[in-house]
Design a protein around this ligand. Sequence first.
Ligand code: HEM
Length: 446
Amino acid sequence: MDEVLELPDIQGTVLRGRPNPYFGVYLVFRIEDPSDAATLIERLIPHLTSAADWEHPAEEAWINIVFSHEGLRVLGLDPAILGAFPRELQQGMAARSALLGDVGRSAPDHWVMPHALKGFHLALHVMAASPELRDQKVALGEAEVAQSKGVTLLYRLEVGMPPTKREHFGFVDGLTRPYIQGQGGEPLPGQTVSAPGEFVLGYRNAKGERAEGPGPEEFWRNGTYVSLRMLYQDVALFRKFLHDHADDSYAQELLAAQMMGRWRSGCPLHKSPTEDRPELAIDPMQNNNFSYYDSDPEGHITPLGSHIRRANPRDGLKDSIADPKLHLLLRRGSAYGPVLPEGVMEDDGIDRGLVLAVINAYPARQFEFVQSQWINDGDFISQGERTDPIIGRRDRADDFLVYQPRRKRICGLAEFTLTRGGEHLFLPGLGGLRWLVGHLRSRLGS
Ligand code: HEM
């Protein structure tokens, strides 16, 4: 029997998809005074939004809190508990940059969002259906922060749905997510069904074991980890690449679709290999109802190297030892920065891109595995050192194989994205936060 998720104790962002359109902000803080910060966290708890009624929430805005491992250390969490966090949390993302392919211009020295060792201790994340609702939630958080000397605002990043309703490269995003057993409702056709412990601590995971966290259960139950990435998108370079490698606008759109695995409308290439059919993109009964093993084993329709086939090979690796159920990601992506006007192929020097919050209970075998083995390597699909044509590192290979209208090796892939920040974070359940405050008080003797 399915376990039922304790929704009122889980922070909202774990289950709530972003509104359409969406208006959000990330506020990153450094902890200056642990005792004051503990008081602030206690005061913030009543404002935080849970996942209760996540499908039909009464309020179209929410606010959540996350901590870096360094932040928990500065707060004064028991060292034995700190030492029981997954290694990737303990080390922080910057220390794992070589594994993640964050090299060259993507190396931590170039990051603009501070990582844990540069003061990212805790962050508030607000998401809302209107700028007014966002500002109200931000004001709530800021009013509490203003009363405290415990934390200093280090970095603020506004995110929001571009007027195009697409991410900056022009694709509809946010179409695919796993169905978590116990979330309520039924999976949609083609939606991967996942054990709850892959995304929330305290429940059975894909190996049939209970997902556990560091220290006492009261601390980690209904919590999870967030692998946060800030990714710059070089839109002019992407457009120029398509322009230089395709003869006309149809060929450009086909090439873009082959790089992504979906037409820019979101229509799966698998469902419509030669023309965009936007009506398929908006039909939830169809837009994820496809798999690769029987109908396209060699990637002649959806290239093996395309972004969505790498990031989630679905049943395509059935004959290999890899088990995609162990590497599922729950994504919360949001765009930042202004849109580059349509048709412009010269960079305007303005920062724009995507903030991707990956929710996962096992960051090493979920986000980090996908990033290092599937996005930034090609061995698993017998493609040597080839990487993701859209977001892959470029110090290894710069070519990509397509089969339509004929087999062709497309060379000259460029650095279309660059990493601008990243951190592994702990997102406690609401009970876990209350436990944390009590624990800090008893350690601080306050
Ligand atoms: C600027 C960077 C990125 C852009 C523009 C981007 C864009 C997209 C788009 C347009 C889709 C298809 C729509 C959908 O299925 O929801 C998609 C799917 C996906 N992306 Fe990304 N993405 C980016 C980075 C990443 C990263 C860093 C990862 C993980 C390491 C990732 C993992 C995925 C996954 C798992 C899917 C769903 C694939 C499926 O189940 O079919 N993406 N992305």
